[in-house]
Ligand binder design. Structure first.
Ligand code: SF4
Length: 578
């Protein structure tokens, strides 16, 4: 029987509650967004006492289903001012689920200005002083926690950026090697944790009750169907394990959609030097040592898109250099040096920043002339300011929109205050529709139309065609369900093309809960989650005028295709006419 753990930071109390019936069939994003909707006043200050931060494993997390260990983190975003769900891999989510906990709701604010750690194990939950890790980066904090606690606990934590309540502070989750690089990065939920006085959640599932499955035989059979699809599809069985998500660098460069030097070109002359192929070459052949590809971010992932990127001498540098981080600090900043990029990722993991927002912020700072494009060392110096808490560092740590305003930049690639990911919407219109209309601000994972538009997965769509409202809507709804399930979104590559894989995804959830959901139900459930999120956003003051890409993308032609973003406002407004 699973429970909800409610943590009150004001009086430092914890209590377990029964799961209300209306939440029984919700998990992950479905659960965090509904709890935010039910309990957080939409007009509250994101860093004030009335916001809450919620942690929820997905519907099948904690089971043996493949690649199903995602943790959703939800709250009102300090970056966008709207609802936020960001999810991460790492080891904590499976442990929370195996302790029989459906969600952890953190509310109130510590009254003494101090930071606390929440310890959760089979015997219960308690708040203890975080004096041993406060002020420390996540590498050191994770290490101290593992040294002090048996059983290699899951650690959900914030770095100095979260302690300083900076709007680009993410939430770190440790991986099997206790690296802190699995981030629920987007939207500043680390700052919300910081505002509550919560430095870390330490989860030890030893002796926990585990998860219960209504029909174990059926579950096994359906999870296997999904695993078989993942181990068959070329993207999930070959491209991602060998080259990681950075396999996309060369592909997007070829397509002319790789945002370069703060979204001023769609091609980067140094793309090959920072590509997934180059990462593989350096990590497994040239440098060897600690380098690794096909690295899972949590036990039970069969895709294994992660890597360990080594220093030139072969020693450990960072895990992992994935596409968005690689692009954000690489092509987007005109930097073609993987060692500089790896260091920028390591700083972000340590200080506690979302790498997409951080890279776009550095690009905007370059556009402002603070440092030159292409200068990796200058970028490292600039990002290091965040951890020091200098005035410049605090500006950078508040994200691209804030930094652009501070320095009078008009070309800020962001929607609803959140920086755009690694696909320029001008030559790839569908992803632009997703960026514009997502409840989360610019977010590729909200509706990854890149699959049909660029990769030819799940059918083929012309990237230049402007009638992409329906495509984006369908992707956004299905994605909301996957985000609720606890499955990693990367299963989508296989289940879009292999029908038995899609059945395995849906029916593994059915087998666990005794439901009989169909493919149509998946869409309806996803739409319902998005509707809840949009209603929250409307009450927080968002209108359809917020569902727009920045003006410069409608005015400035992007080379090499020399196109603007020309999807009509009517097409954008029709996305959520359900
Ligand atoms: S596919 Fe990659 S991101 Fe997804 S669970 Fe596996 S290692 Fe983590």
């Amino acid at each position: 029987m699973s429970r909800i753990l409610r943590v009150n930071m004001t009086d430092l109390s914890t209590k377990f509650e029964e799961v209300p019936e209306k939440y029984r069939l919700l998990g992950g994003r479905g659960l965090t967004s509904n709890i935010v909707f039910d309990e957080v006043p939409p007009d509250c200050h994101p860093l004030g006492p009335n916001n809450k931060v919620i942690f929820a494993p997905g519907l099948v997390t904690g089971t043996s289903a493949p690649s199903s260990g995602r943790l959703s983190v939800g709250g009102k975003s300090p970056l966008t001012g709207g609802i936020k769900e960001a999810n991460a891999g790492g080891i904590a989510s499976q442990k929370i689920a195996r302790l029989g906990i459906k969600a952890i709701i953190v509310e109130g604010q510590a009254q003494d200005g101090k930071f606390y750690s929440l310890k959760v194990n089979k015997d219960g939950a308690s708040l203890v002083s975080a004096d041993d890790i406060v002020g420390k980066g996540m590498y050191e904090a994770d290490e101290i926690i593992w040294r002090k606690h048996p059983n290699k606990p899951g650690v959900i934590g914030i770095g100095p950026a979260g302690e300083m309540r900076l709007a680009n502070a993410g939430v770190s989750v440790n991986d099997s090697e206790n690296g802190p690089g699995r981030y629920a990065g987007r939207g500043g939920l680390g700052a919300v944790m910081g505002s509550k006085g919560l430095k870390a959640i330490i989860v030890d599932d030893k002796g926990g009750p585990g998860v219960s499955v209504a029909n174990p035989e059926l579950f096994k059979q359906e999870a296997k169907k999904l695993a078989d699809a993942l181990l068959t599809h070329a993207v999930t069985s070959q491209a991602l394990p060998n080259y990681g998500t950075a396999v996309l660098i060369n592909i997007l460069n070829e397509a002319g959609g790789l945002p370069t030097r703060n979204f001023s070109s769609g091609r980067f002359e140094g793309a090959a030097k920072v590509s997934g192929e180059m990462i593989n070459e350096l990590a497994t052949k040239v440098r060897k040592g600690a380098g690794r590809v096909a690295h899972p971010c949590h036990p039970g992932c069969v895709i294994k898109c992660s890597n360990v990127f080594p220093k030139p001498d072969g020693s450990y540098h960072v895990s992992c250099v994935e596409y968005e981080s690689d692009w954000a600090f690489g092509p987007n900043c005109g930097i073609d040096d993987l060692d500089a990029i790896a260091e920028l990722v390591r700083i972000s993991n340590d200080v506690g920043l979302d790498t997409i927002e951080a890279g776009v912020t550095v690009g905007v700072a370059m556009e402002a002339g603070i440092i030159p494009f292409g200068d990796g060392q200058a970028a490292i110096n600039l990002l290091s300011e965040v951890g020091k808490g200098t005035p410049l560092g605090r500006i950078i740590g508040n994200g691209a929109t804030f930094t652009g305003r501070a320095f009078g930049v008009t070309r800020i690639p962001a929607v609803k205050g959140q920086a755009m990911p690694a696909y320029d919407p001008r030559p790839i219109k569908g992803i632009g529709v997703t960026y514009a209309t997502s409840t989360m601000g610019a977010d590729h994972t909200s509706g990854y139309t890149i699959a049909p538009e660029i990769l030819g997965v799940g059918g083929k769509a012309d990237p230049f065609a402007v009638n992409k409202g329906e495509l984006s809507r369908a992707f956004q709804a299905t994605t909301a369900f996957v985000d609720a399930s606890g499955y990693c979104l990367f299963i989508a590559f296989a289940i879009l093309d292999i029908a038995s894989g899609f059945e395995g995804m849906v029916n593994s959830v059915n087998a666990m809960y005794g439901t009989d959901w169909t493919g149509d139900d998946v869409v309806k459930i996803g739409q319902q989650i998005i509707k809840t999120e949009r209603t929250f956003n409307e009450r927080a003051g968002f209108t359809k005028e917020h569902d727009r890409v920045p003006e410069f993308m409608r005015l400035e032609k992007l080379p090499p295709h020399n196109v603007v973003f020309d999807v009509s406002d009517e097409e954008l407004d029709a996305v959520y006419a359900f």
